[in-house]
Design a binder for this molecule. Structure first.
Ligand code: HEM
Length: 147
């Protein structure tokens, strides 16, 4: 089981409490689709993703970015049991969506950059360390059901 310090718990919950899901979620997903264009292949049903502007304004991308953040706040609320919390979501990404699990880390990195840009100097090295640890546990849990 992953151990969390009080600082890590407080940091993660306070970042999520102040996060504007409707802004950060779409921005992070957009970044992922633009910086790592092969990730677009999983979103063929989302329509026009031909250029960065089309990605930014695509309503399916926006809605899905928000959905991913809501997926993450389930981990925040279950920090002592992230693996079990994501068992079903991991199966879905693996068996149904066939998402290569390397991509989880790429989206996590885009999310970190988006959050860092928002928080500015408040995203201190100690805060970043807690944040990266949280995302590393999330990525491991989402990758868990892959064989
Ligand atoms: C669907 C979360 C990473 C591709 C979903 C759903 C959630 C979610 C909550 C909705 C599941 C449902 O409807 O039952 C996450 C989280 C991620 C992550 C927390 C990592 C931080 C990724 C990555 C990709 C991806 C990296 C591909 C590059 C998809 C696709 C769907 C989906 C294609 C279905 C979209 C649709 O057709 O509506 N994800 N996801 N996910 N995810 Fe992820």
């Amino acid at each position: 089981m992953v151990e969390w310090t009080d600082f890590e718990r407080t940091t993660i919950s306070s970042i999520f409490a102040s996060l504007d899901y409707n802004d950060v979620g779409p921005k992070a997903l957009c970044r992922c689709l633009i910086v790592y264009p092969w990730t677009q292949r999983y979103f063929a049903s989302f329509g026009n993703l031909y250029n960065p502007e089309a990605i930014k304004t695509n309503p399916n991308v926006v809605a899905h970015g928000v959905k991913v953040l809501h997926g993450l706040d389930r981990a925040v609320k279950n920090m002592d049991n992230i693996k079990a919390t994501y068992a079903e979501l991991s199966v879905k990404h693996s068996e149904q969506l066939h998402v290569d699990p390397d991509n989880f880390r790429l989206l996590a990195d885009c999310l970190s950059i988006t959050v860092a840009a928002k928080m500015g100097s408040a995203f201190t090295p100690a805060v970043q360390a807690a944040w990266q640890k949280f995302l590393a546990v999330v990525v491991a849990a989402l990758s868990k059901q892959y064989h």
